[in-house]
Design a protein around this ligand. Structure first.
Ligand code: SF4
Ligand code: SF4
Ligand code: SF4
Length: 246
């Protein structure tokens, strides 16, 4: 039976939804699984009866709260789809600035409605969280098959380092950089570190992470705890592990 699915975007770049239309090699089979009821980016259908709601983005306006509550009423399974939805994501960077001052600097006297960023689970019950900035299409396909067949949904418990080592990458710590791979949940195939960019932890904490040991590693290498804090707070995915000490 096809999954009756709808996809909705809130405060975000919509990159996670776009991932659903990627990976042409499996796209036809993937779409065979889905009865798309509402999905602005790939379909003109606007049907209100869906079972699964993919909710992309974080919440940063009052009208978004109200729209989300309506989606929750309809959906049997509400999925926080992508890092913005699961943790707040890059939108959380606005925490670093005074909102009033920034609005004044950027928009002058215009009235701009914006609230502090909240993740989806701050507003409604989330049944399933799929992290990633953007989500990994292969992982999404696997999860959709599990939903369609009523099978257990699992995520890797190990950290990004495992996938990074499988790619035979040189560790970025050996090049003097802080990388969040040791404490971040795998599943992205270490795409950033394979491209020689440090992991910023978009997939959130690995299940068996050892934060004290990780902080010791940073200190031993003579790296900066301020830099660590900046990385830990980039996607807001390590709250409450990102303390003043880190
Ligand atoms: S998680 Fe990343 S790719 Fe997805 S909507 Fe947010 S910013 Fe865009
Ligand atoms: S580069 Fe990052 S992900 Fe790769 S092994 Fe080193 S710490 Fe782990
Ligand atoms: S390497 Fe880190 S930041 Fe990059 S996609 Fe994977 S989890 Fe996200």
């Amino acid at each position: 039976m096809k999954l009756k699915i709808a996809s909705f975007d809130f405060t975000c770049c919509e990159g996670c939804q776009l991932q659903l239309a990627n990976r042409e090699s499996t796209l036809t089979d993937f779409l065979e699984l889905l009865d798309i009821r509402n999905f602005r980016e790939i379909s003109s259908e606007r049907l209100g009866d869906y079972d699964i709601a993919l909710v992309e983005g974080s919440i940063s306006r009052q009208d978004e709260v109200e729209r989300l509550l309506k989606i929750r009423e309809q959906a049997k399974v509400l999925v926080a789809f992508g890092t913005c939805a699961c943790f707040g994501g890059v939108n959380s960077l606005k925490k670093r600035f005074s909102l009033d001052e920034t609005i004044r600097d950027v928009y002058g006297e215009m009235t701009i409605e914006t609230l502090p960023v909240r993740k989806i689970s701050d507003i409604v019950t989330v049944d399933l969280a799929i992290p990633g900035c953007p989500v990994d299409k292969e992982e999404v396909e696997r999860i959709m098959v599990s939903l369609a067949t009523n099978s257990l949904i699992t995520f890797p418990k190990y950290p990004v380092c495992v996938e990074c080592k499988q790619q035979l990458n040189t560790c970025l710590f050996d090049l003097g950089e802080i990388c969040l791979g040791p404490i971040t949940r795998a599943g992205c195939n270490a795409v950033c570190t394979t491209g020689k960019t440090a992991c910023l932890g978009c997939r959130g904490p690995a299940e068996e992470l050892n934060m004290p040991a990780f902080i010791e590693l940073i200190k031993e290498r003579g790296l900066s705890l301020d830099d660590l804090h900046e990385k830990l707070t980039f996607y807001n995915a390590f709250e409450p592990l990102a303390t003043d000490e880190t």
